[in-house]
Write a protein that binds this ligand. Sequence first.
Ligand code: N01
Length: 870
Amino acid sequence: MNKPASVSDQFDAVVVGAGFSGLYMLYRLRQLGLSVKGFDSAGDVGGTWYWNRYPGARCDIATPDYTFSFDPELENEWTWSEKYATQPEILDYLRFVADRYGLRSDIQFSTTVTSARWDEQEKRWTITTGHGQEIRCRYYIMATGCLSMPKSPDIEGAGRFAGQVYFTSRWPHEGVDFTGQRVAVIGTGSSGIQVIPLIARQASQLTVFQRTPNFSIPAHNGPAPADRLRQLDEDRDGYRHDARWSRIGVPNEPTDVLGVTASEAVRRERFEAAWEQGELAGIVNVFADQLFNPASNDILAEMIREKIRSIVTDPETAETLCPKDHYFGTKRPCLDTGYFDTYNLPHVRLVDLRKQPIVSITEDGIETADESFGFDAIVYATGFDAMTGALVAADVTGRDGLSLKEKWAAGPSTYLGLMTAGFPNFFMLTGPGSPSVLSNMAVSIEQHVDWVAGCLKDMREEGLDTIEPTELAESGWNQHVQDCGAITLMPTANSWYMGANVPGKPRVFLPYIGGVDAYRQACDDVVGQGYLGFRMTGPGADRCRDGVIRSMQPDVAMVLEFLAAMGLPPMDTLPADDARALMAATAAARPPGPEVGEVTDGVIPGPAGDLPYRLYRPAGPPEGPRPLVVYFHGGGWVLGNLDSDDPLCRDLCERSGAVVVSVNYRHAPEARFPAAALDAFAAVQWAAANALELGGIPGQLAVAGWSAGANIATVACQLARDAEGPHISGQVLICPVVDSDMTRPSYQENGDGYILTTALMRWFWDHYTDPADRGEPRAAPLRGDLHGLPSTCIVAADFDPLRDEGVAYAHALEAAGVPVRLARARGHTHTSVTMVGTVISGAPVRAEIAEALRNFFPSAEPLEHALQRS
Ligand code: N01
């Protein structure tokens, strides 16, 4: 055993944990010439692989990928024997790494760090161990793993059982012989699924208590994949580079096949290939939309359930093993070896805890609602207090006596999953808010360690000695982590990713799901922008470039990337007809929008000829008239038509329950200002006069529009007020054009790169109006008299050049006494809120619009009253 450190020990850094991350961190800190002390409560290196010694424990990322890559010589010196190595072999590997770099001499084993306290005066951490030692260090690094704090068994009577009790997460070193025993296993996550087939080989009776069935695919273990080894042989650096810049840390081309649109043959072929391959990287990449679209996920899930039914001979057991209460991938999918076949053995029984819950553990065994079971041994495979458990358990106290536990009472808050405000010089490796458990840990660990080592090196070179994230940067990152989770199906499951497995734990999505590649880029960008969002101090130095590294909605960013890759010509370089054709072509490739009850086309008389309209009536009850919304499409008075905004109109109709009448209007340059505005007013007058025929409630009329459509919608409101009719109950203006002044800050910030550019806006204005007309309220309604206008909902998007004029309009309306609701489309562009079915993060904004529309109208007003009033 190592000699305990003395009371006066001072180190540059303390690293807690001697698994993959702790070992590599020690190695890198030493390379920097720092003095380092490592601690681990285990008796040796290994981390998770030290503790989880249960039979069947293996990695579930193939060994060519689940390995250190920082030193090619190390890679050459170690050969894995299998595709998925056993726990003893992985432990041997980590021992080999520790010995090869002489790391053990810096680690004190069998020692638990019991507290860590920041001393603001000294700018140092004081670390206390269970042996009563006190160590001072400048940098405190927790390499404690994401799944290292076992969940305590939350089952009545757990301490009462007189037989043998085992936890997969704390398995006896000497092993266990279950021969001839009656064994219970509680839990069917990755650990349970690995251990159950092995226990079944020995036990005389095995009873598995399952609360939630899990998706699992066969690992098809064997030799390490030959194609992977060949690629590594031919180009190790290229292979490792691809892994680092992949989605989950394993080189794999992301598919663009959508489950919902692929043919049955393609679906089957892709699924069978993934099933045969037996790798997580394959099964999470069967369809591009499987984690976003419930229908696509259902297709994949059903194919897995078919496999389970084909393996398990007893139909009732098979059905009990089929996961149906969560989407595939929203709980960690498992890889198994003979798991489902195990239930065909005569001495193995599955108990469905959903049908007969455990009432209590007894002295002899387990009592469920229906039966009493006698056992010689109970094995708990009940999981971990994941991602935050080990961190908060270590009693970390930052500045002003704030403990990590207190700070994270409502869920973890980190910047990049690496640091947290109020805790200077405290680093977490693979902490919450980083890809960690959603990736190949080997790759994510190396990335984190390299980032921390690079940061400490940079600080030393600049004479800085403390670093800490700002509140702004941290809250921005937390928001981004949640935004990334929110567009997936992940939040729908009661998973440990959501903290849902631990009673009382806040329900927050814990890891970062934006991808290993996107995450690495964000970390690199933070450094590239002078450690954006970090405050760094040193003798005589205090520097901070505050800001948020990612504030765009993740799906909006994806759409922009996709469009950039298409290399389309800028609209403002095209003649109007070519721009219209381009817009029509892109519109044709979109999802169609939701089904509504009825869609009919017609024409209305306009001031200079007929205007086409399309009417959308909601499905379902109530029968009879509904509020009416006259909608005007976007397109800068030049582009767009009834088709261009069709999905948005369907969405508005379905969400608001109103009849939506989308009206086309004359376009520029063929019909210039004020043609579009006059058409809009005529359309509103006509709709009001024909409300009943349209299925509307007379007097319950609102207008809505997007972009230039919002411009003419609000101009119509101003004209209606001046003409003393018709009565308009409200106006919804989505990213409206309300002024011709293009000097506002949002033009400077967002005038390039977000689809609607300054150049395009200028092109629109030039097509629509003469410069002399641009101050006219019918062109720039912000400059008009705003008194007496109807209640208004304005949507202003962060990355829109028109954002500030929308906000200015809201303030001006409010000043004129108009009730206004300003809906901020956080992280959106001018166009993204309208991208129904493509940009999932736009849905909450559209829900807010629909709510505003509903609020414009007196609820449940009997038709006769409305008729009288109108
Ligand atoms: O834990 P889990 P795990 N009564 O939380 C059940 C990694 N890992 O140790 O789902 C009855 O997944 C619980 O039921 P439910 C991997 O990331 C990797 O298996 O909460 N049942 C569930 O079935 C994995 O995801 C490998 O309804 C109770 C099970 O116990 C993570 O570690 C191997 C219960 C717990 O499953 C955790 O896996 C092993 C109760 N009171 C682990 N409480 C590799 O292959 C819990 N359960 C690399």
